[in-house]
Design a protein around this ligand. Structure first.
Ligand SMILES: Nc1ncnc2c1ncn2[C@@H]1O[C@H](COP(=O)(O)OP(=O)(O)OP(=O)(O)O)[C@@H](O)[C@H]1O
Length: 278
């Protein structure tokens, strides 16, 4: 049994211009200890798929799936109370904009201890000690002193470390990272990716990495799902995908990498669209 198994997920938004199909029948599965990358250009429905899984889409979204199970638990039929027990604890998520994801009005220490209080019942000294321990594990220097810092007093990279700390505080079985390094500068991106992979390997949790960056896929993933316009184009283990991409869209994505450039102009995905038929 997979840790997370989703079959035929469809998401449609009710918009002012009429219904908009953001996801059209995609399957996802991830096992414990596995890193699944979902890759595709902006608008391909990567975030929508995972937000649907977390139950975080607005009520303008109609979500249907033949199966949506976490450890055999049907996520489609969970009550709000049951959902709160799973989401944020067993399944947690980190987002692209670390500063926007943290509450600017509360200190880092307070926000982390609230997570521990809500999901683990830890309070006082025990919570504080655990917060220091988690901040140490995500590489925050002088963690005991940083407890009283507000998010705006930390750099983007440090805020993302705090977000990761918050996401792993309750030892989740599945972590969903939605473009976790996109908003950070290049030198910090690599450190954050290395940190995520290390935490994933140490804990054995499943990790879903949402990205538009094939470099991130190559560095982190065991298996890859390539998505385009709300549909799955290809799914393969990471080596096969890079060595022998089958789908024209995957080939287009790989050809658009600077290191694969051959002529004097870097090809774009749209150069392949008509010929490739996607
Ligand atoms: N609340 C919403 N209402 C209407 N349309 C939405 C809503 N949220 C997302 N969409 C649309 O659904 C499609 C998929 O969005 P999604 O955010 O999943 O893309 P993505 O692949 O994650 O791209 P990005 O990398 O830019 O986040 C997009 O066309 C987006 O505009």
């Amino acid at each position: 049994m997979s840790l997370l198994e989703i079959r035929n997920l469809k998401v449609e938004f009710d918009t002012a211009k009429g219904p908009f199909k953001a996801l059209d029948g995609v399957d996802y599965a991830v096992d414990a200890g596995e890193v699944l990358a979902i890759v595709g250009e902006s608008g391909s429905g990567k975030s929508v798929a995972m937000l649907a899984t977390m139950g975080l889409l607005p009520n303008t979204a109609t979500i249907t799936a033949d199966k949506m199970e976490f450890e055999g638990l049907d996520l489609r039929t969970l009550s709000a109370k049951e959902r709160r027990r799973v989401i944020g604890k067993d399944i947690s998520m980190i987002f692209q904009e670390p500063i926007a994801s943290l509450n600017p009005c509360f200190t880092v220490g307070f926000q982390l201890s609230e997570t521990l209080k809500t999901h683990m019942g830890l309070k006082g000294r025990k919570a504080r000690d655990r917060v220091v321990e988690i901040l140490t594990s995500v590489g925050i220097p002088n963690p005991a002193e940083r407890l009283s810092a507000f998010p705006h007093q930390m750099s983007g990279g440090q805020c993302q470390r705090v977000m990761i700390a918050m996401a792993i505080a309750c030892a989740p079985k599945l972590l969903i990272a939605d473009e976790p390094t996109t908003a950070l500068d290049v030198t910090i991106q690599k450190q954050i990716l290395d940190l995520l992979v290390k935490l994933q390997q140490d804990s054995g949790m499943g990790l879903i990495m949402i990205t538009h960056d094939m470099g991130v896929v190559a560095e982190t993933a065991d298996r890859v799902i390539v998505q385009y316009k709300g549909r799955k184009m290809e799914e393969a283990d990471v080596l096969s995908l890079f060595e022998n991409p089958k789908n024209p869209y995957t080939k287009a994505l790989l050809s658009a990498l600077p290191e694969n450039a051959t002529g004097d102009r870097l090809p774009t995905v749209s150069d392949f669209a008509e010929a490739g038929g996607f």
